[in-house]
Structure formats: structure tokens, C-alpha cells
Design a binder for this molecule. Structure first.
Ligand code: FDA
Length: 305
């Protein structure tokens, strides 16, 4: 089921036609307050009222032409300006292919650096999402360069990739900000753990290494997972090691396990919700379905009257 859904996420015909179906938009509402920034900001304000920090992302990836990157960058500059007007400004999280990485990497870099500097001036952060494994090395090298010029930047690393322990060791001397996730794409066994227990074990080990650095002030760590039970397991170890909970941020996606996010916040972990919006939600939504096949039943129920 997971493989089929991730195939459907990449299929160009489905990508074009599914979003036109009336029920599809109803189903996606579960994970996305709306397609436009104002709707995301209303949801963000509610969460901020509950003490939850916000990350904003406009959905989109793999542009057709590099000129589209100018529009994407200018949209995010507007988001940062809007953020600066708020007491606790939202952070922004962007896919590099949304800024044209696979068409002209230098254009993507120029936009990223300008956005990162703008975000830092506004008192907030710029995060780089991690895409499929075709982009992993390029994204990490990109982040090394970006972070050297603007430290208030973060990168997402995926625990399902076998290489990630080496990537953590490579980045740690530079005091990075890392959002550790399990990984959302369909990767082959040669480069990725495909067994759930192996991914969880790798996640735990990597999180502990990063937590030690974060506890000593040498990194910012965001646990990008809804696996609250795994976070509880990690907390047993970090509490015993004397690492303050304030060093372990928990980042979850809007609409998923919000009760657990609030519970973890109450237990001392800084909590963030990543609120997505935008018209190009199809591949992103399919990856959410793939994460939990029960979501497919929920989506199918939207077809029924
Ligand atoms: P896991 O899949 O084990 O789920 C744990 C529990 O959470 C499940 O039992 C279920 O209850 C609940 N749950 C998880 N997913 C759900 C869903 N879709 N619907 C309903 N319930 C669900 N990936 C990536 O490759 N690159 C990236 O840049 C990012 N960025 C990112 C940011 C943030 C803030 C988060 C939280 C996640 C990402 N991801 C990501 C996605 C990540 O790789 C992963 O696919 C999902 O988080 C699902 O895995 P979990 O860690 O939640 O664990």
C-alpha cells in the first residue's frame, strides 16, 4: 500500500487530475487549513495561543521553469515580512526544488541565502526540507554553504537513510540546526532501512547523538515525528543523561496527533506545528496517506454522500 501510494504521488497524470476531484479537497483539509496563506495564519494564531511555535510551508516542488523560483522566493519574502509583525514570528520551511535546485542550483542558492538573511533579520529561521535521495548529497552540501553564511538555518535529515549517521557526524562540528525525521519517500534497501524497527532504532541513536550536542549548546534539535512513544523512550535516556528537555524540540505536522504535541509541550519539550498551505498539495498529501494507510479509508469516506 505504501509503495503504491508513493508511486501515485509521483505519477504526473494523477498529479494533474486528482486535485480537480471535489472530494479530494475535502479530504486534504484534515492536514491543511486551506490553500492560502491567510487560512494558514488563522490556524497558526490558534496554535500560538496554545503555546505552540509555528513553521509555515507553501507546498510545491520540482518547478517547470527557473523563472517560477522568483515568484516562490517573493512569496516567502512576503511571509517573512508578515511574520515580523507577529509577537512570535513563524519560521519558514522550504523544499530546494521549489526554488529551482534541479534546474539552476545557483539561482536556488541565491534565493535561499536572501530568504535566510531576511528570516534572521526578522528574528526567525529558514529551514531546508529533505526530498528524495537523488537530492540528499546536493542538499547537504547546499546547507553547509548556506549555514556558513547564515547560521539561523536548519536542515531536515532522514533516519531511514543508511548514510545519515555519517551526515550527522559531518554537520555537528558546524553547530547545525537539524530536524530529524524518519523519511517520507520510497527508497531502495541498498541505501535505506525499510524495516520499521530498524528505522526507529536508527532514529533513536541519531536523536541521542544530536540531543547530546543540543544539550551542550552545540546544535538545535527538532524531533520531526508524530511518534510520541519514541520521544518518550528518548526522554528516558536524555533525562538520565541530564540533558534539559528545553533542548529537544518536538515538531509535528498540522492536523496529526495534536493531543500528543500538547502533552509533550506540557512535559517541557518546546512544541512546533508545521502548517502547510498551497495549491500544489497532491504529492505531499499522497505521502501523508502513505504514512498511515488508515488515512486512505478516511479519504475514501469523503467520496460517500
Ligand atoms: P510513524 O510513521 O511511525 O508514525 C507514528 C504515529 O504517528 C502513527 O502510529 C500515527 O498514529 C501517527 N501518524 C504518522 N503519520 C501520520 C499521518 N500521515 N496521518 C495520521 N497519523 C499519522 N519527511 C521527509 O522526507 N522530508 C522532510 O523534509 C520532512 N519534513 C517533516 C517535517 C515535520 C515537522 C514532520 C513531523 C515530518 C516531516 N517529514 C519529512 C515526514 C516524515 O519523514 C515522516 O514521513 C512522517 O513524520 C511520518 O512518520 P512519523 O515519524 O510520524 O512516525
Amino acid at each position: 500500500m505504501r509503495t503504491a501510494l508513493l508511486w501515485a504521488a509521483r505519477n504526473p497524470w494523477l498529479r494533474e487530475h486528482v486535485p480537480e476531484l471535489p472530494f479530494a479537497e475535502r479530504a486534504v483539509r484534515r492536514f491543511m487549513p486551506g490553500e492560502h496563506l491567510p487560512e494558514a495564519l488563522v490556524a497558526a494564531d490558534e496554535l500560538l495561543g496554545e503555546g505552540v511555535g509555528i513553521l509555515l510551508t507553501r507546498l510545491g516542488e520540482n518547478l517547470a521553469a527557473i523563472t517560477e523560483a522568483d515568484e516562490v522566493a517573493s512569496h516567502y519574502h512576503g511571509v517573512i515580512d508578515e511574520s515580523a509583525r507577529r509577537g512570535r514570528p513563524p519560521e519558514v520551511s522550504v523544499k530546494l526544488t521549489q526554488l529551482g535546485l534541479d534546474i539552476d542550483a545557483e539561482v536556488a542558492y541565491r534565493h535561499s541565502l536572501e530568504l535566510a538573511r531576511h528570516a534572521a533579520r526578522a528574528g526567525t529561521w529558514f529551514w531546508v526540507d529533505m526530498e528524495g535521495s537523488d537530492y540528499t548529497e546536493q542538499t547537504i552540501a547546499f546547507y553547509e554553504r548556506l549555514h556558513a553564511e547564515e547560521p539561523r538555518t536548519g536542515i531536515c535529515l532522514q533516519a531511514y537513510l543508511r548514510r545519515t549517521a555519517a551526515d550527522v557526524a559531518r554537520l555537528l562540528p558546524h553547530q547545525p540546526a537539524v530536524r530529524l525525521v524518519k523519511g517520507a519517500y520510497d527508497e531502495p534497501a541498498a541505501i535505506a532501512f525499510r524495516d520499521r524497527a530498524a528505522v526507529d532504532a536508527n532514529y533513536l541513536g541519531l536523536a541521542l547523538t544530536l540531543a547530546q550536542a543540543a544539550g551542550a549548546g552545540g546544535a538545535r534539535l527538532a524531533l520531526g515525528t508524530h511518534d510520541a512513544e519514541l520521544i518518550d523512550q528518548l526522554a528516558l535516556m536524555t533525562d538520565a543523561a541530564g540533558i534539559p528537555r528545553s533542548a529537544l524540540e518536538v515538531h509535528m505536522l498540522y492536523g496529526i496527533r495534536a493531543d500528543q504535541l500538547l502533552r509533550l509541550r506540557a512535559e517541557g519539550f518546546p512544541a512546533f506545528s508545521l502548517v502547510a498551505y498551497g495549491e500544489f498539495w497532491y504529492p505531499w498529501y499522497m505521502r501523508r496517506l502513505a504514512e498511515r494507510p488508515a488515512n486512505v479509508l478516511f479519504a475514501l469516506r469523503q467520496i460517500l454522500p
